[in-house]
Design a protein around this ligand. Structure first.
Ligand code: ZN
Length: 100
């Protein structure tokens, strides 16, 4: 099951409020290329050893490099969850996973 996630994220970022954002990672002030759901991504950033500044929108903005780092973690995690999800409660797991 493949969703055009990349497209969706891009759309969100280039939409109404996405312009001119800076990377949320501490000490990084590069231009953000992604705006991400904090609930979903906080854990990946943590695992990638990235500290970020929280904001009230509950969004995490990432520059290209940091997105790459976090995404690497995300992919390995999702692989794990996917396996688990098929074994037990697949609908619940999948719902959370694709909830953008
Ligand atoms: Zn950055």
């Amino acid at each position: 099951m493949k969703l055009p996630k990349e497209l969706r994220e891009k759309k969100e970022l280039t939409g109404s409020s996405g312009k001119g954002k800076r990377c949320s990672v501490k000490d990084c002030n590069k231009k953000a290329i992604r705006s991400l759901n904090e609930n979903k991504w906080a854990i990946y950033l943590e695992k990638a050893d990235l500290k970020y500044d929280e904001n009230k929108n509950r969004k995490i903005y990432l520059c290209k490099e940091h997105y790459k780092d976090a995404n690497k973690i995300r992919k390995s995690e999702e692989k794990l969850y996917q396996k688990k999800g098929f074994l037990d409660n697949s609908t619940a797991t999948r719902k959370g996973k694709w909830d953008y």
